[in-house]
Design a protein around this ligand. Structure first.
Ligand code: OGA
Ligand code: MN
Length: 296
């Protein structure tokens, strides 16, 4: 079956049908998928059932896989894959991260210098209820900003700190290894980026790690960040994903926020998570500014 593409949600996410990701893809199919991913930001591919190696090798077609600072969530089969799950091992310890609670609107890796903006989730077990994931399009959000806010964000950068997110986590997720701490000093990224393929501007936000705007008093900066985030997750910018077992969803954190709703603690949810360094020729890669340069 030939590849078929359908735009879903409020007009940005793309579902691709007709793929068998456990078989080698033709070069022209890979090319088409790379372009679709760049333009749509969210790719949904259903009805796959992949080994960790098959899944990781597929994700690596889009950018080099990264081992994230959450080494405690890493799979023992393929350490570039993290487990996002509420399941626990026989010793009672979590098998992965993020448990069963709400995961608030965020962008992965905003707290990193040179963020690896590509992400994938492969659904292995899903709860009977809840656990949906939502993506908000920050290109559409930027375009709909009132002129006053477009001017307010122009040329501005925000300061991001991982500790803020750690403080929101529960239980073992709150702890970060010493190596993880060394890899996560505070960083600065501009609030607006231009998509290399479409020339469109996008906001770059992460309410779970941003702690202020460079050159603005703390309260004023945080009020502006709060206003931008509230605007950006309005329903008309959001795609809601109802998971089915076998789904593969890829997204770019360069122009999207995402959140997950909670699900019953007694249910089981297991997602395989990949993280990729996407190429700047195709994707928004947030610039990392030096704290000194920005006068912070
Ligand atoms: C993630 C994440 C949400 C989910 O893996 O970065 O936010 O639905 N996951 O599991
Ligand atoms: Mn995330």
């Amino acid at each position: 079956m030939a590849m078929e593409v359908e735009v879903i949600g409020p007009g940005f996410a793309a579902e691709v049908k007709g793929l068998r990701l456990w078989e080698p893809l033709a070069a022209d199919e890979v090319d088409r998928l790379r372009n679709l991913f760049a333009e749509h930001g969210v790719l949904v591919i259903r009805r796959q059932s992949l080994s960790e190696h098959e899944y990781a090798d597929f994700c690596a077609l889009f950018g080099a896989l990264e081992r994230t600072v959450r080494t405690d969530w890493a799979s023992r089969v393929r350490p570039e894959i993290s487990l996002i799950t509420n399941l626990r091992g026989s010793n009672g310890n979590p098998l992965g991260g993020l448990g069963d609670g709400e995961v608030e609107w965020h962008s992965d890796q905003a707290y990193m210098a040179n963020p690896a903006t590509g992400a994938g989730l492969h659904a292995v077990e899903i709860p009977g209820d809840g656990g949906r994931t939502f993506w908000a399009n920050l290109i559409a959000a930027y375009e709909a900003l009132p002129e006053r806010l477009k001017q307010a964000v122009e040329g501005k950068s925000a300061l991001f700190r991982y500790q803020k997110r750690l403080d929101m986590y529960k239980d073992a997720d709150r702890k970060l290894s010493e190596e993880g701490r060394k890899r996560t000093p505070d960083v600065l990224h501009p609030l607006v980026h231009t998509h290399p393929r479409t020339g469109k501007k996008a906001l770059y936000l992460d309410p779970t790690t941003s702690i202020g705007i460079v050159g603005m008093p703390e309260a004023e900066g945080n009020a502006l960040l709060g206003e931008l985030a509230a605007h950006s997750v309005r329903p008309e910018f959001v795609y809601a994903h109802n998971w089915q077992v076998g789904d593969v969803v890829l997204w770019s954190n360069g122009f999207l926020l995402h959140r997950r709703e909670p699900f019953p603690a007694a249910d089981r949810r297991l997602m395989k998570r990949a993280t990729m360094h996407l190429p700047a020729a195709l994707h928004i890669i947030p610039d990392t500014l030096m704290l000194r340069e920005a006068g912070a």
